[in-house]
Design a protein around this ligand. Structure first.
Ligand code: ADP
Ligand code: SF4
Length: 710
């Protein structure tokens, strides 16, 4: 490593290559950190929330900051999923808040102009969706299904979309964007023209590769004509399916498409085709998983290339650049989990990187239709609304002595934030390691990366002189009175129960049997012997991973759930198809729409949830992954002795995390952060954003217009 030091500058480092400027057509990115377009759940109805969310990443050193998908016309309407629009003057004003904020920090602002084609249902605008050949996207999952099939675009429709794209680009420039996208990925309109499965046309837009590329090429050309002198024009393209198709002059159709378009855009943003592979969860995929699909692009074009891969390791990033895979290190999730990732690398603060854990809770927020939430970064989406900053929670006016009981995710986050605010913190946990539920869960199949939640916080806490940490400290009320802090946060977590489930879809009754287990039992090392049924009505990851865990140890295991699919809620985190594959690979029979209605130690009785029809299954053990209840005994005991606590000078005591309301890790971390921010201050404002309506809110489009016959 060359460590030469120039006077007045920091030492050269092997990461300097990441901080080189790169041209994108007429504009120049200040470095190689590129926050690719990603959904934020922040529509034009939340312009200030959105601007501050994106600005925070620019402040943290990202050189290019993009919007999520931004519709160019009312024929591209993805509601009720959250989407941005670039339709009228109010939209321009709304986006200008973001571009101004991003520019303040020297970053470029990019906009992902978007037409959804056949994969949007235009539920609000009621216009027939557009498609090359009338082929719909037949989504399999409730919430994504639609019942309106697309119309086949005629030549006028094609001209219309090209015009909307050009108008959208001009509006984007007025809004202050530096990079303007053409979108040909993820099943949307441009992609549908490229893929022969969607494109059956017999005119000049279908058939040969050159014809299938024509629409995308024209989209880029009209964008360049509209704004190319001032803005970089980027093509976002999915290459997974195309790479799997054999080409005529090249190994694959992906190669052919890139060669045909090699000089047309100013930048290639390359990715996978579907959310589960493009934005894959760490349970099933590691860092840099796109490389085998996109590795060839730079060999066929001189234009800069950006791609993603949940990059959090600076050495992997450098390797991507040096090996000629990418010019820009694209980041969506790593930029949410740590908006300050580039600055930390530049300043050599690697230990402080808050690495994305790949849980995809952020994606679930978009599926839920709400602003982004992140497990690692509780301030994501709260930058404007609550005024939270990912690196600086501000100093408390009066430092106080705070006891945090429980060192799981919520207790660790509370202790860290309290410490950063300048309080004197004591963190105590009764077990022999910090980490709470993750101490066990990190050992389950695919979940090791989730322990970054613990590693990041413990690492920072150990550096703090105003935080004391104690293990093997099982605190009761008397010990708390002896310690006599000013405030107590009770982060004692939750426990899994042996509750069953009724056909009314609520937990009911308990299964008292020697060979009934919960995930807590398995975590404590109590393993079932012989054929085992995992009954899952939690529906998130635990039932699936416990099943995998038992199967991996050779235990014959069957999985049953009242839901329609295994780990049904993981459709929200892109994991559901991969859970199904993992259970199949381990040869686990999966039974759906069934309840456990009885178990005698040898036979389990299952009832169909809708008909009540009963079947039996020989089985020695049942593992119930269902209802979690707070472990709040300590808090309840404190409530009983409130007068004694007050007499000892304790001003407040509160529940946080799973002990307050059991939930996903993201909720526990957020709860711990909020408790630390608001300690002793009472409720702080929750600012409500509002759309910008400076102009008469109207937009005229020819989409779906009844056409006059010549
Ligand atoms: P959360 O997700 O809300 O952080 P966890 O279940 O992960 O909750 O962590 C709770 C932590 O609290 C565990 O590490 C547990 O050992 C600890 N704990 C529970 N009761 C006590 C107690 N009375 N005294 C000290 N630590 C406790
Ligand atoms: Fe990463 Fe999870 Fe945060 Fe998404 S929610 S950015 S996957 S840590």
């Amino acid at each position: 490593m060359n460590m030469m030091t120039k006077p007045g500058s920091r030492p050269e480092s092997r990461y300097d290559i990441l901080f080189e400027p790169v041209r994108i057509g007429p504009v120049t990115a200040p470095n190689r950190f590129y926050q690719v377009p990603h959904a934020s759940g922040m529509t034009n109805a939340l312009p200030r929330v959105r601007a501050k969310f994106r600005e925070t990443k620019a402040e943290g050193g990202w050189g290019v900051i993009c919007t999520g998908a931004c519709s160019i016309d009312l024929s591209s309407d993805d509601t009720p999923l959250p989407m941005a629009t670039m339709w009228d003057d109010n939209d321009i004003k709304s986006h200008a808040l973001m571009t101004d904020a991003v520019h303040k920090h020297g970053a470029l602002a990019g906009v992902e102009l978007w037409h959804g084609g056949a994969s949007v249902m235009n539920r609000t605008t009621r216009v027939a969706p557009l498609s090359p050949s009338g082929i719909p996207w037949m989504a399999t999952h409730v919430g994504f299904m639609g019942n309106l099939r697309p119309k086949t675009m005629d030549k006028q429709d094609i001209r219309d979309v090209l015009r909307w794209q050009a108008e959208g680009a001009r509006k984007a420039r007025s809004a202050g964007f530096d990079v303007v996208y053409v979108y040909a990925g993820m099943g949307y309109l441009g992609y549908e023209f490229l893929l022969p499965e969607y494109n059956h046309r017999i005119d000049e837009y279908g058939g040969s590769i050159a014809n299938r590329v024509r629409f995308v090429r024209e989209m880029i050309e009209v964008t360049k004509d509209a704004v190319g002198e001032h803005c970089g024009v980027a093509l976002r393209i999915s290459l997974e399916e195309l790479r799997a198709k054999i080409g005529i002059n090249h190994p694959s159709e992906a190669h052919e498409v890139i060669e045909l378009l090699a000089d047309v855009p100013d930048l290639f943003d390359v990715k996978m085709d579907s959310s589960p592979t493009d934005c894959s969860a760490s349970r099933f995929t590691g860092e840099g998983s796109h490389e085998p699909v996109i590795d060839f692009v730079k060999k066929l074009t001189d234009k800069p290339v950006v791609g993603v891969g949940r990059f959090t390791s600076p050495d992997t990033m450098v390797s991507q650049i040096k090996r000629g895979v990418l010019d820009f290190i694209g980041g969506a999730r790593p930029s949410i989990a740590d908006p300050f990732l580039p600055n930390k690398i530049r300043e050599g603060r690697m230990d402080e990187i808050r690495e994305c854990i790949g849980c995809n809770i952020c994606i679930s927020s978009w599926h839920d239709g709400v602003p982004v939430r992140c497990t690692q970064n509780p301030t994501a989406g709260e930058e404007w609304r609550r005024g939270w900053h990912p690196e600086n929670p501000g100093k408390a006016e009066t430092p106080e002595r705070v006891l945090v009981i429980g060192g799981g995710p919520s207790g660790l986050e509370a202790a860290l934030t309290l410490g950063r605010r300048g309080h004197e913190v004591t963190l105590a946990d009764k077990s022999s390691a910090f980490g709470g539920r993750l101490t066990f869960e990190k050992t389950l199949p695919g979940l090791s990366a989730w322990n970054r939640v613990v590693d990041y916080r413990l690492g920072r806490l150990r550096e703090m002189t105003n935080v004391e940490m104690y293990l093997e400290s099982d605190l009761g009320v008397d010990e708390i009175i002896d310690l006599a802090p000013d405030h107590v946060l009770v982060a004692t977590g939750a426990r899994w129960t042996n509750f069953l489930y009724s056909s009314m879809e609520i937990p009911v009754g308990q299964l008292e049997q020697e060979r009934v287990f919960t995930p807590d039992d398995i975590g404590a090392g109590r393993l079932p012997e012989g054929p085992t049924l995992v009954f899952d009505f939690d529906n998130y990851y635990m039932g699936g991973v416990i099943t995998e865990h038992l199967a991996a140890q050779g235990i014959p295991v069957t999985y049953a759930t009242p839901a329609g699919q295994a780990s049904a809620w993981t459709i929200m985190t892109n994991e559901l198809p991969l859970v199904a594959r993992a259970l199949t690979k381990r040869k686990v029979p999966v039974r759906t729409q069934e309840l456990v209605s009885g178990f005698d130690g040898e036979i389990v009785t299952l009832s169909q949830i809708f008909t009540g029809e009963k079947t039996t299954l020989p089985c020695r053990n049942v593992v119930i992954t269902g209802l979690r209840l707070p472990r709040a005994e300590l808090f309840d005991a404190m409530t009983v002795r409130e007068a004694d606590l007050r007499a000892a000078g304790i001003k407040s005591f509160s529940l946080v995390g799973d002990a307050l309301a059991p939930g996903a890790l993201a909720h526990a971390v957020h709860s711990g952060h909020r408790a630390a921010q608001e300690l002793g201050l009472g409720a702080l404002p929750f600012r409500r954003d509002a759309p910008i309506v400076e102009f008469e809110p109207s937009y005229t489009s020819t989409a779906g217009l009844v056409k006059a016959h010549p």
